[in-house]
Design a protein around this ligand. Sequence first.
Ligand code: GRG
Length: 289
Amino acid sequence: MGDVQARMEAALARLLPATHAVPGRLHESMRYAVLEGGKRVRPLLCFAAGELTGAARERLEVAGAAVELIHAYSLVHDDMPCMDDDILRRGKPTVHVEFDQATALLAGDALQSLAFQLLSESRLADSPAAQLEMVKALAVASGSRGMAGGQAIDLASTGKPLTLPELEFMHVHKTGALIRAAVVLGARCGATLDAAGAESLDRYAKCVGLAFQVVDDVLDCDASTATLGKTAGKDAIQGKATYVSVMGIARAKEFAEELRVQAHAALAGFGERAGRLAQLADFIVLRKF
Ligand code: GRG
């Protein structure tokens, strides 16, 4: 993980616009939002899926960066006063606090555009058609049928009780879609999987995407602000339905463990090539931050 995280930090620093380029303040805010922080879970998944298909690391750096830029944009916008209104992210003041709201809005917009620029300006897959599929996969995962849609449902349901299927629908879109896209993009950088392989990998991605959110909900009430680098305990204060509020903390922990087991089972046919994906399922479920 440390090796991939260090590679990703260098790649992101290289691929983001320099602060001396005009408009400097916008570029500074983009770099502030992305660099020196975050677990880089999505690029890690991208690299691990690429390992399964024998993808070149240079391609995975760019694909992983594209997914991470979308993730960073979503955090910048989510933290703004019109959404979650938070002042702390990755242990630092949020972008609208450090800069201002208009800059935060533009930084998010520009990060999203840069993600698609990266996906389209260099060769990342063996055929143009496969690369176009990557662009589409990230667009769908980020848009109204994916992350932005999940966020809209989240905002509309704050303070309302949700059933378990409604909660799952929200999180499969808000958090799960981008995690799934990270896996698809990483795999696409290498050799094409057969239909059964692609289906197994997608089953794995769905399990870890959902597990990620279940654990996020557990940590929101189990861990401290200092450990998380973001404000802990907010879900309960804001009256948000979470896996903890709907099923209780003990059952939520059990559910995360069930998803971890299912994720491992989905990888069974791949053998050792899927070792890193299996380790990441463990990390996502057993993490403490
Ligand atoms: C604004 C379109 C738009 C979407 C926002 C992802 C999201 C949707 C909001 C973030 C709010 C949140 C806490 C979601 C729960 C799961 C999540 C994405 C946590 C943060 O991701 P990590 O833990 O963060 O991977 P780091 O900082 O490690 O990258």
